[in-house]
Design a protein around this ligand. Structure first.
Ligand code: PMP
Length: 437
C-alpha cells in the first residue's frame, strides 16, 4: 500500500525515515531497539487490527499505547471527529464540549471536582507538580524508581518506559539543580517512603505515583500502598499526585480510583489523565479538589496554558469514547485479557519457561521470572533475553505486541473471538522461541 511515499516496504520506509528523523521515529520505543528488526510502518487500523505499509493485517496488542479501548477507528468516534473537524479544527477560544468532558470525568472519579484539559500526559504531570509546589510552597518531589510520568525534566530521573527499554538511568540535558529536586525511592517500599519523609518531610511538595505501575511492565501496588502514600504525604503537609494517564478509564470505568475507591485522607489530591480520555487524539488532563485546582491561572498564581488545549476535535474524540465506554466494554476487555492470560500461561508453562503475569483489570504484562516483580529492581531481574524471540514469533504469526518487555499489553473491546483465536494459536510457537533463547 503506497500512501504517497513512493515506497512500499517497511524496511524502505524505515531507511527513508532515518534520513529525515532522528532514529527514524518520533518516540523512541517505536524503533524496535530492544527487540531488533525493522519496525512496522502502519497505514490503517480498524477494530482489533492494524495494517502495515506492506498491506499485512496484524492483531494489535498495543492499541496506540492505551487509548483505543473501543478498538481502532470506532465508527461513532470517527463520525464525532469528522463532525467536529467540519466545524473548524481549532479556535483558540472556549468551546461548549470542553465542560461536557470535564463533567463526564467529574461524575466518574470522586476526587476530581475540577478538571483542566491539556494536550499530553507529560503536560498533565508537569502541571500537577507545579500546582503541588505552588500550593505547598515547597520544592522537592518524590517519585518511584521505574515509574514513568512523561518526559519533563524533573520526571526523567530513574524512569520506566523507553528509558527502561534502553537501560538509561535518565536523560542528558537535565540541569543537576532540577534533577536534584527529585527524590527517587523503590516502589512498594513503605520503609523507604517513611525514611524520605523523616529526612525531608518539611521540604516535600508531593509524591507522584503511577496508580498501578505499567511502564516497567505491570507492577501492582501492594495492598493499600496508594492510600498509604496519601496518608503519609498528608501527615507531612505534602500532596499525592496519582498518575492515571495509563490506568484512567482503562482498568475500570473510573480507572484505578474506580477499583480502590480512595476517600478522605486516603485520596490523592491531584490526578492526571491521558490516553483514553482523548480517544486517540492528543488530549490529557489534570484534576482534583476545587480549592487546589483554582490555584491555576486565571483564578490563581500557578500558570499553565496551551494553544491547542481543549482542542475541539480531540474533545469530540475523548467525549464520544468515554460515553461509549459502558460496563459492557470493560466486560469485553476483561474477557479478552482472561483468554490471553490463560493461553499465555499455558504456552509458557508447557515449555517450562519461568514467567509471572501481573494484571489489574484488563491491563497486564508478562515477566520472565518465577515471581511477579514488586519493584523496578525485581522487574529488571528477569530473563529479558527471552522477549525478543517471543515478540518476533508473535509478529511472524500476525500479532503485534509492544516492542519491549517493559511495556504493558493493551487489549480493546473489539478483540473478538477471531482476533483472540489468532493470538491463542500463535502463542505455543512463541513460547518455544522464548524457551530456546
Ligand atoms: N504518565 C504515564 C503513567 C504514562 O504511561 C505516560 C505515557 N506512556 C505519561 C505519563 C506521558 O504521557 P504522554 O506520552 O502523553 O506525554
Amino acid at each position: 500500500m503506497d500512501r504517497g511515499t513512493g515506497m512500499s516496504t517497511n524496511a524502505e520506509l524505515f531507511e527513508r525515515a532515518k534520513r529525515a528523523i532522528p532514529g527514524g521515529v518520533n518516540s523512541p520505543v517505536r524503533a524496535f531497539g530492544s527487540v531488533g528488526g525493522t519496525p512496522r510502518f502502519l497505514v490503517a487500523a480498524k477494530g482489533p487490527h492494524v495494517t502495515d505499509a506492506e498491506g499485512r493485517e496484524l492483531v494489535d496488542l498495543v492499541a496506540s499505547w492505551g487509548p483505543a479501548i473501543l478498538g481502532h477507528a470506532h465508527p461513532e468516534v470517527v463520525q464525532a471527529v469528522q463532525d467536529a473537524a467540519a466545524h473548524g479544527l481549532s479556535f483558540g477560544a472556549s468551546t461548549p464540549a470542553e465542560a461536557l468532558l470535564a463533567e463526564e470525568v467529574e461524575a466518574r472519579v470522586g476526587p476530581v471536582e475540577r478538571l483542566r484539559l491539556v494536550s499530553t500526559g507529560t503536560e498533565a504531570t508537569m502541571t500537577a507538580i507545579r500546582l503541588a509546589r505552588g500550593a505547598t510552597g515547597r520544592d522537592l518531589l518524590v517519585k518511584f524508581d521505574g515509574h514513568y510520568h512523561g518526559h519533563s525534566d524533573g520526571l526523567l530521573v530513574a524512569a520506566g518506559s523507553g528509558l527502561a527499554t534502553l537501560a538509561m538511568p535518565g536523560s542528558a540535558g537535565i540541569p543537576e539543580a532540577v534533577a536534584g529536586t527529585t527524590l527517587v525511592v523503590p516502589y512498594n517500599d513503605r520503609a523507604a517512603i517513611e525514611a524520605v519523609f523523616a529526612e525531608h518531610g518539611d521540604r516535600i511538595a508531593a509524591v507522584i505515583v503511577e496508580a498501578a505501575a505499567a511502564n516497567m511492565g505491570v507492577v501492582l501496588p501492594d495492598g493499600d500502598f496508594n492510600a498509604f502514600l496519601a496518608r503519609t504525604a498528608h501527615a507531612h503537609g505534602a500532596l499525592l499526585i496519582s498518575d492515571e494517564v495509563l490506568t484512567g478509564f482503562r482498568v475500570s470505568r473510573a480507572g484505578m480510583w474506580g477499583l480502590e475507591g480512595w476517600t478522605g485522607d486516603d485520596a490523592p489530591d491531584l490526578l492526571t489523565f491521558g490516553k483514553v480520555i482523548g480517544g486517540g487524539m492528543p488530549l490529557a488532563a489534570l484534576g482534583g479538589r476545587r480549592e487546589l485546582m483554582e490555584l491555576l491561572a486565571p483564578l490563581g498564581p500557578v500558570y499553565q496554558a496551551g494553544t491547542l488545549s481543549g482542542n475541539p476535535v480531540a474533545v469530540a474524540a475523548g467525549l464520544t469514547t468515554l460515553r461509549l465506554a459502558t460496563p459492557g466494554v470493560y466486560d469485553r476487555m476483561e474477557h479478552a485479557a482472561d483468554v490471553i492470560e490463560g493461553a499465555l500461561t499455558e504456552a509458557l508453562a508447557a515449555e517450562g519457561v519461568a514467567h509471572a503475569i501481573s494484571r489489574v483489570g484488563s491491563l497486564f504484562s508478562v515477566a520472565f521470572r518465577e515471581e511477579a516483580p514488586r519493584s523496578f529492581e525485581e522487574a529488571k531481574a528477569q530473563d529479558a533475553f527471552r522477549y525478543p524471540p517471543f515478540f518476533h514469533a508473535m509478529l511472524d504469526a500476525g500479532v503485534s505486541l509492544p516492542p519491549s518487555v517493559f511495556e504493558a499489553w493493551f487489549v480493546t473491546a473489539a478483540h473478538d473471538e477471531a482476533a483472540l483465536g489468532r493470538i491463542v494459536d500463535a502463542l505455543p510457537r512463541a513460547a518455544r522461541a522464548a524457551a530456546a533463547a
